[in-house]
Write a protein that binds this ligand. Structure first.
Ligand code: DAH
Length: 362
């Protein structure tokens, strides 16, 4: 309060000085010390006000008060300067530590990408078969309708052939479709290659499907075909189990569930034990599992013993030769293997998704 006569008693000055020293000591940063300086030695501080009040004192008192106040202000200034030096040094040390650059580290000359996880996984699956002596086969994505369907014993009235499921390349009279599965490569292989046949064909397939967390209209499959003397369902089971263990580890459990495909007889779907609930949700309403819909198993792909009609149509003697075939979804494999729950991540091309799965190949 400016109008009140300032208290220039030694006791009062000592208290003001003690407050100032305590505030400087308590300040931990340059900003805090600045605030303490303004409060305790700035223009409006008690010491400054006291200094101004000296002029109003009568002569003899003025000299005495001036000396005492001068000593007090000098002490406060010295304490302030000392604390400033301390904090400044500490802050400098901190900055030097924070901003240290290790000039011996290798520099990244250009941002490094990562192979797309689908590509990496396809190569990994190919490797499993190449290691066993199988070959890689390829076929076109725009495929003859006959190879995609008829040659695989999928007749003209089969529901999958409707334009709601299959994408036709215009004009429809040309009978070219975007292949709906990699199975037509089986026919190309049977027509082109010498027996025995051991091939896998990874590639893109197309269906007029929704685009959501579990469906994409363009996805990937790996097809397998083996035709040799004395091939049976047992060889199929052993091959698929080997693939499953290579993909998911030795603990993976698989099962073959009877199914129907026109080009294999008998046919089955291959299921994997649910990687989320491990089957514990089955018959257990308290612990439902969204991933397997409480079935305990998740479909991985289709397979079977090649229908002799398919072999015969390709000129193969079915008394001597038999075979098995299978087709797996790569996206599904990635979902199980790397817990990639949303298929949309696989098409959006965000390099962070690819980087997060970078270590998975090899
Ligand atoms: N082509 C089938 C599909 O896309 C999957 C399939 C089933 C492939 C049985 C096969 C097989 O080779 O034998 O649904």
């Amino acid at each position: 309060m400016p109008d009140e006569p300032a208290d220039l008693s030694q006791q009062s000055i000592d208290r003001v000085v003690a407050d100032a020293l305590a505030a400087f000591a308590a300040a931990g940063t340059g900003a805090e010390l600045k605030a303490a300086r303004l409060a305790h030695s700035g223009e409006k501080s008690p010491l400054a006000l006291a200094n101004r009040a000296i002029g109003t004192l009568p002569g003899p008192e003025r000299k005495d008060a001036g000396q005492r106040l001068g000593a007090a202000r000098a002490g406060v200034q010295a304490a302030l300067a000392a604390r400033e030096a301390e904090i400044g040094a500490a802050e400098l040390q901190q900055r030097l530590a924070d901003e240290r650059i290790d000039v011996t580290l290798p520099v990244e000359l250009a941002p490094v990408g990562a192979p797309h996880p689908i590509t990496a996984l396809m190569e990994l699956m190919e490797d499993v078969f190449v290691t066993m002596g199988w070959e890689i086969a390829e076929g076109p994505e725009a495929e003859g309708e006959w190879l995609n369907f008829d040659a695989l014993n999928i007749g003209p009235d089969h529901p999958a052939r409707g334009t709601t499921d299959t994408l036709f390349v215009a004009p429809v009279e040309n009978h070219i479709v975007l292949r709906t599965h990699t199975s037509p490569v089986q026919i190309r292989t049977l027509l082109d290659r010498e027996l025995p046949i051991y091939v896998v064909c990874p590639g893109k397939v197309y269906r007029a499907d929704e685009f959501d967390a579990t469906h994409v209209p363009v996805f990937h499959q790996i097809e397998g075909l083996c035709v040799d003397k004395g091939i049976s369902l047992a060889n199929l089971k052993g091959t698929l189990d080997h693939l499953a263990r290579s993909m998911f580890g030795d603990d993976i459990e698989t099962r073959m569930r009877p199914h129907y495909f026109p080009f294999t007889e008998p046919s089955a779907e291959v299921d994997l034990k649910c990687f989320v609930c491990h089957g514990e949700s089955v018959g257990n309403p308290d612990r439902p599992c969204r991933t397997c819909k409480s079935q305990g198993w998740i479909e991985w792909g289709g397979c079977g013993v090649v229908n002799p009609r398919v072999l015969a149509a390709c000129g193969i003697d079915t008394d001597v030769y038999s075979g098995f075939a299978f087709g797996m979804g790569i996206e599904r494999t990635l979902m199980f293997r790397n817990n990639a729950a949303d298929m949309r991540d696989m098409v959006e091309g965000d390099v962070r998704f690819s980087r997060s799965l970078k270590g998975m190949a090899r």
